[in-house]
Design a protein. Structure first.
Ligand code: SAM
Length: 287
């Protein structure tokens, strides 16, 4: 029923996962690239995710993309108060519903996690723990941050390594981007561990990293569309200065922007990626 996964010479242990599996009662399932279906098969990495998440009996957890339920089962073993999992691929319905029938604290939801109405979750989660599909990383995290004010303020994600590096990139680096500035303005992010592509089946073309994000302040920033617009406009053309990118934004002409920059002590020639988080906040408060 399960692919024979080579335990390799490294001595690493692999989780059983139905990648291209064929069982009497299960359909033949081909992993789909468009759903980011690279399933975690390394037990050591799974154990590290669970240990880092520091799960308690009063944790209400949200998982995005349970897939074949490898992480889902490990979460349920921790006797948390409740687990919500949101999956898009209907081919997984039978096997996930089977798991749901045996686990009273497990609630399955079907649909696109980027469009999902998280406010409908009852009980409402406080942690997100997920190996998320790479193609939805940025929109999904923007969306989830909207619920930090309601108590959803701890995130442990398996991400493509490049996405992880962008999220933690400080000012003055070329990887800096709007979501990273926003997370810095609202809390902290760190890479817990780099993860080899060989820990997944099928093996993806890129490596991954586990990223931990804690949101602690400025919960309203994300709700204010002018904050996100300011950042996206500021980063729109990386070779231009921030001042040039902001020209005309919110009906403010360049000389008015120069006045704002001067009054806040911001260099007129600075590029978006070099501006400190504190200065972004000052600009955000000013407009
Ligand atoms: N959690 C499993 C694991 O660790 O092996 C699967 C992770 S796999 C990287 C991503 C999962 O997210 C797949 O099950 C995929 O079907 C699901 N998925 C893809 N796009 C999604 C979306 N927009 N909303 C919800 N789930 C999605």
């Amino acid at each position: 029923m399960v692919d024979a996964l080579d335990s390799g010479s490294s001595g690493r242990k692999f989780v059983e996962v139905r990648v291209l599996s064929r069982a009497p009662d299960k359909k033949f399932m081909i992993p789909l690239k468009r759903f980011g279906q690279n399933f975690l098969v390394d037990k050591n990495i799974l154990a590290e995710i669970i240990s880092c998440a520091d799960l308690k009996e009063n944790d209400y957890v949200l998982e995005i993309g349970p897939g074949h339920g490898v992480l889902t089962r490990a979460l349920l073993e921790k006797k948390i108060a409740c687990l919500h999992s949101i999956e898009l691929d209907e081919r997984l319905r039978l096997e996930l519903e089977e798991l749901e029938q045996h686990e009273k604290n497990f609630h399955l939801h079907w649909g696109d996690a980027v469009k999902f109405d998280y406010s409908s979750l009852n009980p409402f989660p406080n942690k997100v723990i997920a190996n998320i599909p790479y193609n939805i990383t940025t929109p999904l995290i923007w969306k989830l941050l909207n619920f930090s004010g309601l108590g959803l303020n701890y995130f442990l994600f398996m991400l493509q390594k490049e996405a992880a590096l962008r999220i933690i990139a400080p000012a003055d680096t070329k990887e800096r981007y709007p979501l990273g500035v926003t997370i810095e303005a609202m809390g902290r992010a760190r890479i817990v561990k780099n993860v080899s592509r060989n820990c997944f089946r099928p093996v993806p073309k890129v490596d991954s990293a586990i990223v931990e994000i804690s949101i602690e302040k400025n919960f309203d920033f994300i709700k204010n569309s002018s904050w996100s617009d300011l950042l996206h406009r500021g980063f729109a053309h990386r070779r231009k200065t921030l001042l040039n990118n902001l020209k005309g934004f919110m009906g403010i002409n360049i000389s008015e922007w120069q006045e704002i920059f001067n009054s806040l002590g911001i260099d007129e020639n600075i590029r978006a990626e070099d501006l400190s988080c504190e200065d972004w906040i000052k600009l955000g408060v000013r407009i």
